[in-house]
Design a protein around this ligand. Sequence first.
Ligand code: ADP
Ligand code: MG
Length: 319
Amino acid sequence: DELVSQIAAGEVVERPASVVRELVDNALDAGARQVTLRLSAGGVRAIVVEDDGGGIPAAELPLALKRHATSKIGSLAELERVATMGFRGEALAAIASVAEVSVTSRTADAAHALRLDARSGELSPAARAVGTTVEVRELFFATPARRKFLKTDATELAHCLEAVRRHALARPDCGFAVWHEGRLVEQWRPASAEQRLRDVLGEDFITGSRAVAWQAGPLMIEGRVGLPELARARADTQYAYVNGRYVRDRLVGHGVRSAYEDVLHGSRQPSWVLFIGIAPERVDVNVHPTKIEVRFRDGREVHQALRHAVENVLAPPRT
Ligand code: ADP
Ligand code: MG
């Protein structure tokens, strides 16, 4: 089972940023309004994620680190409608197989917090407000070959920040703070959706873009797209979300790009942030363990809606 976990870990945990993505996912699933990360050595030495979510009941704490133990799927029918971000029950187990992990958690009705040490399985009382702290230390300590593939601390930190940014854009109602080596490196307070975009991507993204609000049958598309004449040509500011989950999808990218090509007849890479809302049964999110890929039931429908939504903003029909 250890081996199976390590193989699963290879798919889920590539670098510190993968751990950050999964832990913040869990915090948001738990209803957190504030997520604080404390990193050391770009996350390689330590990733500590604190949240003020609902916490893990004492009886369930040992289960949280077991493979396929998830509190998020009640039935197969529910699996099909799964709307939360994490649902496979593999992330924590996978991380615990390649790092030193502890989970400290407290629910509202508990007299105190409990800390679980993953390696020893030891449970001990701890002091903590309601919520959860997951500590991940010495990533890949037992697999030097994997550790060797990591880049400099600065690069790994940049990837970690990008992972938080992806969550932060989708959850403006939640506050985020990232500390590195005891220094506050990023902080986003709870804000409106537009203010969060401004906080994360900068004022020039707002002034250089226009709002998208498009509804077509079972599809809703919102966000902002960079204006051709103002847009910063930055391909790294392209964020797509499906039902609140960050995705990297060729079809989505292509749909947006073709709108720009239709209007601009050029190949500049514009900035955009788009949130696609779609009936859950029209999309399969269970394609890849990192959940970054999706499969639409009707890809053409999504592609066309994106294309029209973006074209409508870049070159509004004259009335
Ligand atoms: P999944 O998120 O797919 O269910 P994970 O391995 O990421 O699987 O987490 C396993 C379980 O641990 C979750 O289903 C949840 O019950 C619990 N858990 C993990 N992190 C948190 C957290 N920050 N707050 C509350 N519960 C958590
Ligand atoms: Mg999870």
